[in-house]
Design a binder for this molecule. Structure first.
Ligand SMILES: Cc1cc2nc3c(=O)[nH]c(=O)nc-3n(C[C@H](O)[C@H](O)[C@H](O)COP(=O)(O)O)c2cc1C
Length: 560
């Protein structure tokens, strides 16, 4: 197996030896091949990679190909609808809108309108002119206990911390938010000086690490919170329970990105991997959560307080609704992150297979709030691959009031989708703490792009709703969107996700689908509190043919 390397080396040496007497300069070839020879011998004797042991030097080609494969795919092979997590068509529209470039599409759709899952909005023959839509399209956030309601744009920057993103990216996002009049979520890393420099509206996210309001033991500090929450820029507070890309895991700040500056802001050891705990220490039950909401609202002098989660077990969200109903303490908003959500770093199984996808999660949350009679007080914010105006209207038709984008905003600020956010080598300077890379990101230029992308996406949303014949996104509902569910059948969203009657989870008319969930949910514990075994037994007894049930009972008794 080593023979190719040995033969090539021998052939080169013999050739040099033959030519040398006639042309002594040939000896320089030896200088050129010396490092390759050393690498080849190193490969031959190292024990880590069998390919390199078997094919010294030449085996390295495999790693080189692996390294350049994403670039070849992205630049030469990928079609418009290819590319994950965000396909080329959506990446391009962000770039075009951000740069103010031509954004129309020639020659018709490239999407297969006959594939299962294709979705569209039903326009109206009484479409109105877009100038009749109030393009401001803002939504007031703040329930009955809120004393400083916030008028939010329908499209905002989703949570991404300074740490996951570079200082220049944070500066550009915040400057863009300021000029475009929309909000910038700090992410769980807390408020950094870069979030404050340009004065854009902030949603301060508080994760399980309580960064920015944590005491020496890593617990929530009311005093530190009070100090920071009074900042003029902080408009709302978001308690992070989980995020779609890694629910139940807690945040990860890779060691290379944990610079001395970030560690100072967060109160942790520099250059160590910082794993935030999976759960909060300030509360451990739904009632505890709502008490914490009340505490933060008081400490913030009545600013809107909400929480962000990715839906896991349905009964746990119902348990929170029960806690809100029983205590009368309401969140002002709930951010629902789809399982398809993005992250700087997460284990593969978490990104792929944990967390409910956004469509189902939004409808479930909206239905629960309607069923508990809470919907009119609590705004729902959606996040999860929301990039275009159609993504906004689709989610708002399902039940969201406001939408957030993380990766769309990253693309607007210069991300080129190289998919190495977890390595500190981000070439565009967006998701890195390496000054040699982030200094290449010019803040004023990228801030203008963020503002353009936002404005054009809101304008596209306004145009869509105008074509639908309505004046505000709050008028959207599930009857507006159609989905192909097979080659021959389409359904409207209200047929796929039927509306729940108002207050039906409070009176005796609980729909069948919610009966078990309602039994499992209790306001004093997140996990299902009872009856699981009983329900499992009941189901098994119902499903099992009689003779099998008898046989099983006999075996079980005998085994015991
Ligand atoms: C680089 C990066 C960092 C993120 N950091 C946070 C975070 O600190 N807190 C959080 O709740 N979500 C975080 N998220 C998730 C986003 O806020 C958002 O919920 C998710 O990516 C879905 O939105 P998207 O599909 O528009 O990216 C992060 C996402 C990315 C891409």
């Amino acid at each position: 197996m080593h023979s190719t390397f040995i033969k090539t080396l021998s052939a080169t040496l013999i050739t040099v030896a033959i030519i040398y007497p006639f042309w002594p300069a040939t000896v320089w070839v030896l200088v050129f091949i010396a490092p390759f020879t050393a690498l080849g011998f190193y490969d031959m004797f190292q024990k880590r990679h069998s390919i390199r042991r078997n094919f010294p030097l030449f085996g390295r080609g495999r790693w080189i190909m692996e390294e350049i494969r994403p670039f070849i795919r992205q630049y030469f092979v990928e079609s418009d609808t290819d590319g994950a997590p965000i396909n080329r068509m959506f990446r391009n529209i962000v770039y075009q809108r951000a740069k103010g470039a031509l954004e129309t599409v020639p020659f018709g759709t490239r999407v297969d309108t006959y594939r299962t899952g294709y979705e569209w909005i039903g326009h109206s023959l009484s479409a109105i002119d877009v100038s009749d839509v109030n393009e401001d399209l803002r939504v007031n956030v703040g329930g009955p206990d809120c004393r400083q309601p916030y008028s939010a744009s329908i499209f905002n920057i989703s949570a991404m911390s300074f740490g996951a993103l570079s200082q220049n990216a944070i500066l550009a996002l915040n400057k863009g938010a300021k000029s475009g009049g929309f909000a910038h979520n700090t992410g769980e890393g807390g408020v950094s000086p870069y979030h404050l420099e340009h004065g854009g509206d902030l949603i301060w996210q508080i994760g399980t690490g309580y960064f920015g309001c944590r005491d020496r033991n890593g617990k929530f500090s009311p005093d530190l919170f009070k100090e920071k929450v009074s900042l003029e820029s902080v408009k709302m507070i978001e308690i992070k329970l989980s995020q779609g890309a890694k629910p139940g895991h807690g945040g990860i700040l890779p060691a290379e990105k944990n610079t001395p500056e970030i560690s100072r802001i967060r109160g942790v050891e520099p250059y160590t991997q910082v794993n935030s705990p999976a759960t909060h220490t300030a509360f451990d039950s739904p009632l505890g959560l709502v008490q914490f909401i009340a505490q933060l609202r008081e400490l913030s002098d009545g600013k809107p307080v909400g929480f962000k989660l990715s839906i896991g077990r349905k009964s746990e969200f119902v348990a929170i609704c029960k806690a809100m109903h029983e205590s009368g303490i309401l969140a002002d908003f709930i951010t629902v992150d789809g399982g398809e959500g993005g992250t700087g770093a997460a284990p593969l199984e978490y990104t792929n297979s944990i967390g409910m996808p956004l469509r189902e999660a939004i409808t479930f949350v909206a239905d629960c709030l309607t069923g508990f009679g809470l919907k009119q007080h609590i705004k729902i914010i959606a996040s999860g691959k929301i990039i275009t105006g159609f993504h906004l209207v689709k989610n708002m038709a399902l039940g969201a009031d406001i939408c957030n984008s993380a990766r769309g905003m990253m693309l607007a600020v210069g991300c080129v989708h190289s998919l190495i956010c977890n390595s500190n080598r981000c070439p565009s300077g967006v998701a890195t703490q390496d000054p040699r890379l982030f200094n290449g990101l010019v803040v004023p230029d990228k801030a203008a792009r963020v503002a353009h992308y936002h404005a054009k996406t809101v304008h596209a949303t306004a145009e869509i709703i105008a074509s639908t014949g309505i004046c505000h996104t709050s008028e959207l509902n599930r009857t507006h969107i159609y989905r192909r569910i097979s080659q021959y059948e389409i359904k409207r969203y209200d047929q796929i996700f039927p509306y729940l009657p108002s207050n039906c989870l409070l009176d005796g008319s609980i729909p069948d689908l919610f009966k078990l969930i309602m039994q499992e949910a209790s306001s004093d514990i997140f996990a299902p509190h009872n009856c699981l075994t009983r329900i499992d037994n009941e189901c098994r007894e119902i499903d099992m043919p009689e003779e099998m049930a008898v046989a099983e009972k006999t075996t079980t008794t005998e085994d015991r």
